[in-house]
Design a protein around this ligand. Structure first.
Ligand SMILES: NC(=O)C1=CN([C@@H]2O[C@H](COP(=O)(O)OP(=O)(O)OC[C@H]3O[C@@H](n4cnc5c(N)ncnc54)[C@H](OP(=O)(O)O)[C@@H]3O)[C@@H](O)[C@H]2O)C=CC1
Ligand SMILES: O=C(O)CCCC(=O)O
Length: 488
């Protein structure tokens, strides 16, 4: 089937190493599947350890010249990349929908969101200030300077095929680092299109490299990146299990790590909340990307006095949601990414029903079949169910009941994860108490959306290490050097 792009050259199926489009060794390829249709979109190079080593070498060789540019010169190049992305936003969104499944409107939103990291870090790279420390010794001057950490690896997930790359690569490049990126097996096409535009923006060869691979080569590519002493930093977004493994593999080379891992976000509706606003918040947080977002509301706690009315209001809105192929107008929920994701959603529902939960809306495959699942609401959900402990990554809103503020804080914090948390309340005392008591890296009050390029994104507990976006996101790619000057 022809791929509906205005700019056909954005569709690439080779890896991008040292500014060159390259086949995998032995011409290995793997299929990229459209999750909405199950059809192969195209075949893409399936690279392994040896191509990864070539990419690391290219990034290492490119590093001295790239770090020697002024931050202002790097900013000018990054801004060109940003402009190219804006010009081709429509095509990039189509590629995202094609290989990932999300509705086109959401894909367009992702392109804007992803591009914003490039624009913002282009500027922020100019502000990698050091400091002058008041010296305790009369004959000494003490300084710190910030320097790029070096060659970095980025391992990115399929749920945001564009934004999770730019959120890592933009601060790295702005800081003066070079990058080898391994995109998700399911979504290499968006990553490769980003490389086309990086090339057009004159990002020098070797500064940004993309090594696509299929599931059978992922472990060796990951291991090569982790074990390489040339790679000084690894930034990963994905599951906690894989993050743990990468951390172990990185131990021998003592790499600096940023890990953005699984979440299990509580979403609390207190009895003083604006319930209509809270319903809209759930729609935004829970059903975005068909529930396949690490910051999606995963456990919705509703105070018992408003439980029934909130459930009815939410049900009325969820029943209106249109499921379908992401390129069709009006679609709000696309397919899940693959059959493993579908199995997990079904297993969580089965487990909840076996434990006494009830289906208020949905609960089954959509009539389109395939990977399309109906947006679902479960009621009478309890803390002992799998859905309370594990990230579902699907369009299920489980409603838990609680009585007191103290009780719900305990329930919300009863998780090994601590990424995002949401709550709706109007009492200012309660707002401040709950925001401070919740164990999460990000707390969102009276809204269902929290992400942007200027705020530090990241988690506590087993949701990860480090922050992306914001000033803190640049620091992740910088080392502090202390310089002491005597005999002045
Ligand atoms: N925090 C988040 O944003 C995300 C969380 N998840 C969570 O993880 C669950 C499973 O999703 P899944 O896609 O399997 O997530 P993974 O953690 O497996 O995938 C994330 C990235 O890690 C790569 N990867 C997987 N195994 C290795 C390895 N041994 N070495 C190096 N890289 C590796 C993947 O490659 P490949 O795709 O080629 O396997 C992908 O690029 C989801 O249901 C969700 O709960 C998933 C995605 C994003
Ligand atoms: O890790 C994810 O699931 C993607 C982040 C979503 C966001 O930035 O809001």
């Amino acid at each position: 089937m022809p791929i509906p792009l205005h700019e056909k050259s954005l569709l690439r199926n080779q890896g991008y190493i040292n500014g060159q489009w390259q086949d995998a060794d032995e011409q290995r390829v793997y299929p990229v599947i459209n999750p909405a249709t199950g059809q192969t979109i195209t075949m893409v190079a399936d690279m392994g350890a040896s191509e990864t080593k070539t990419a690391i070498k290219a990034a290492d060789q490119a590093w001295p010249a790239w770090r020697s540019l002024t931050a202002k010169d790097r900013a000018a190049i990054l801004k060109r990349w940003f402009e190219r992305i804006k010009i081709h936003a429509e095509d990039l969104a189509r590629l995202i929908t094609l290989e990932q499944g999300k509705p086109l409107a959401e894909a367009k939103g992702e392109v804007g969101y992803g591009a914003s990291f490039i624009e913002w870090f282009a500027e922020e790279g100019k502000r990698a200030y050091g400091s002058v420390i008041p010296s305790p010794l009369a004959d000494r001057m003490l300084l710190t300077i910030k320097q790029p950490i070096g060659v970095c690896a980025a391992i990115t997930p399929w749920n945001f095929p564009l934004a999770m790359i730019t959120r890592k690569v933009a601060p790295a490049l702005a800081a003066g680092c070079t990058v080898v990126c391994k995109p998700a097996e399911a979504t290499p096409l968006t990553a490769l299109a980003l490389a086309v535009l990086a090339d057009q923006a004159d990002i020098p060869p070797g500064v940004f490299n993309i090594v696509p691979c299929d599931a059978s080569h992922v472990p060796e590519v990951g291991q090569t990146l982790c074990e390489s002493p040339v790679i000084r930093k690894l930034s990963f977004t994905g599951s906690t299990a894989v993050g743990r493994r990468l951390m172990q593999q990185s131990a021998p080379t003592i790499k600096k790590l940023s890990l953005e891992l699984g979440g299990n976000a509580p979403f609390i509706v207190f009895d003083d909340a604006d319930l209509d606003a809270a319903v809209e918040g759930v729609l935004a947080s829970k059903y975005r990307n068909a529930g396949q977002t690490c910051v999606c509301a995963n456990r919705i706690y509703v105070q018992d006095t408003v439980y029934q009315v909130f459930a009815e209001k939410l049900a009325a809105r969820v029943q209106e949601m249109t499921v379908g192929i992401g390129t069709e107008p009006g679609v709000m929920i696309g397919p899940l990414i693959n059959s493993a994701a579908l199995n997990k959603v079904q297993a969580h529902i089965a487990d909840a029903l076996a434990g006494g939960a009830k289906v208020l809306v949905g609960g089954t495959l959509h009539q389109l079949g395939g990977l399309f699942f109906k947006p679902t609401i479960l009621t009478d959900v309890s803390q002992s169910m799998r859905i309370a402990r594990e990230e579902t990554f699907g369009p299920i809103a489980p409603l838990f009941r609680f009585h007191t503020e103290e009780e719900v804080i305990t329930m919300a914090n009863a998780s090994e994860f601590g990424l995002a948390a949401y709550f709706y309340a109007r009492d200012i005392g309660r707002v401040l108490r709950v925001a401070s008591a919740i164990e999460a890296g990000m707390v969102c009050v009276n809204s269902g959306l929290l992400s942007n390029e200027v705020a530090p994104f990241g988690g506590v507990k087993q949701s990860g290490i480090g922050r992306e976006g914001a000033r803190e996101g640049l620091e992740e790619y910088l080392e502090i050097k202390y310089v002491t000057l005597a005999g002045l």
